[in-house]
Design a protein around this ligand. Structure first.
Ligand SMILES: [Zn+2]
Length: 479
């Protein structure tokens, strides 16, 4: 029996970039075993050391999560589809706005006329929008269309949480900000853009990193929280704070060409922890900064989040509560998977074990100090320059991807991190080994691996090629 297995973008490098492959098998266990036999590198991403499926990878047969069927024994038939859905580095009733002043002035009535003549919105709906208080976490790629469309639609109060400044690399997708905003606070830039679109919107700014200490206090005054963040620690924090406060959480996430969107509302449906009980280990799934994202993708996913936010406020239509939508921009496909509330969920289940916010950095395994390990395993760009100037015989290895090498390189031997385990025989065991990547994060992992297989003198170039371009050879481009 052959079924089609959908391969998520992060794993496609192991299937020759195929987005789906045909695999034989009578149940999920056989399918996955045949899949990983054919594409052996996928195995470590799907299975933990104890042989069980990893908790941050969910498997669906058609639109059903196998955890609620017969797990890996779930049988499959011809023409079924099996989806591997890893977590990627986010209908309830209408929001109650009755006590708030939601009267519309004449210029607002004219502004929203195309809403007012839709019966599902009308005066009543527009007044609900005006009374609504929506918190956007992150003024970046997803936060941009969210803030602009929610403002245009007439959401009365928008809170925005962010602490970054606008950088040149943001402008490829973060349309809240313009070239003239580089170096300014994202919040100030966002407030200006939002009020340009609609001066009636009250903008409340939180210039801070969202933490376990401040999240509940910030969320408390809002009706809906929209997650536009880009890291797992904040996603779990947003989820837990929303569950504890009983707020809907409009979730969206993006990576390269893939987007995910749903609405978590633990009062009536599942939460993020029901979907992904535990985060992936740090570094396994690259961030957008490391893995990249197509510029228009956050526009699409963020706009869909804005749509769902408006429906949650109006209490109209079927929201995405209990449904996860996957968008593959390259294949142009939308797929919908059913999400179930997990009765054993540690925060929204029948016997929750989490009653307060926790340390999310620790939960996600992010070391509080240096990612790259001990000082003996590191070298600065200045030290490397001095060694090269002295003509020392060094094995310099670049573990980035070939397309990054094409952007800029310093003549190192290119062995992408994912190929390293199979290409160690190319590395001279007698030379001093120095490994670099873009920022030092991937090469830190490469050095750890190399030391583990006997290259005890491997060292990581701190700051990567970005530091080299900033401090040694300023003629090189940064990206
Ligand atoms: Zn839950």
């Amino acid at each position: 029996m052959a079924v089609k297995v959908f391969i998520p973008t992060p794993l496609r490098s192991y299937t020759g970039q195929q987005s789906s492959v045909e695999v034989e098998g009578a149940n999920v266990q056989e399918i996955l075993s045949n899949l990983t036999r054919k594409y052996s590198q996928i195995r470590q991403h799907l299975y933990a050391d104890d042989g069980g499926l990893r908790s941050y990878v969910n498997i669906y047969v058609n639109d059903q999560d196998i955890r609620y069927l017969a797990k890996e024994q779930t049988s499959v038939r011809d023409h079924d589809t099996v989806s591997i859905v890893p977590s990627i580095a986010g209908g309830s009733g209408a929001v109650a706005t009755a006590e708030r002043d939601t009267r519309l002035h004449n210029d607002e009535i004219l502004r929203y006329s195309r809403h007012l003549i839709i019966p599902e919105v009308g005066m009543q709906g527009q007044r609900k929008l005006k009374g609504a208080r929506v918190l956007i976490v992150g003024a970046g790629g997803l936060g941009s269309p969210l803030a602009l469309y929610l403002a245009a639609a007439g959401v009365g109060t928008l809170g925005i949480v962010d602490f970054d400044v606008v950088e040149l690399t943001n402008l490829q997708r973060q349309i809240l900000h313009s070239t003239g905003d580089i170096g300014r606070s994202k919040l100030e830039s966002a407030r200006e853009a939002v009020n340009d679109v609609n001066p009636h919107v009250k903008v409340e700014l939180f210039n801070t990193r969202l933490t376990s200490e401040n999240a509940k206090e910030i969320f408390a005054d809002y009706d809906v929280v929209v997650d536009g963040t880009d890291n797992f620690a904040t996603r779990y924090l947003v989820n837990d704070a929303c569950v504890l406060l009983g707020k809907p959480n409009v979730y969206g996430s993006i990576f390269r060409f893939d987007g995910q969107i749903t609405v978590f509302d633990a009062k009536v449906g599942p939460c993020y922890r029901c979907l992904y009980p535990a985060p992936p280990p740090p570094g396994l799934i690259p961030s957008c900064a490391e893995g990249g994202v197509l510029g228009v993708l956050p526009g699409i996913i963020g706009t869909l989040q804005a749509l769902e936010t408006i429906k949650v406020i109006l209490g109209k239509g079927d929201t995405l509560v209990g449904r996860l939508v996957l968008f593959d921009a390259l294949g142009f496909t939308f797929r919908e998977l059913k999400l179930q509330k997990d009765p054993h969920c540690p925060i929204c289940g029948e016997h929750p074990s989490i009653h307060e916010l926790i340390d999310y950095e620790e939960f996600c395994g992010i070391p509080s100090t240096d990612l790259n390990g001990d000082g003996d395993s590191e070298i600065s760009v200045e030290e490397l320059k001095a060694k090269l100037d002295r003509g020392e015989d060094i094995e310099l290895i670049d573990v980035r991807e070939p397309h990054e090498y094409e952007i800029v390189n310093i003549g190192a031997r290119l062995i992408p991190l994912r190929e390293l385990p199979e290409r160690t025989q190319e590395i001279s065991p007698n030379k001093e080994i120095i490994v670099h990547c873009k920022t030092g994060e991937r090469s830190g992992r490469a050095v750890k691996f190399l030391k583990g297989v006997g290259f005890r003198h491997a060292r990581n170039l701190v700051g990567g090629i970005q530091a080299w371009a900033a401090r040694i050879d300023k003629s090189l481009p940064q990206y």
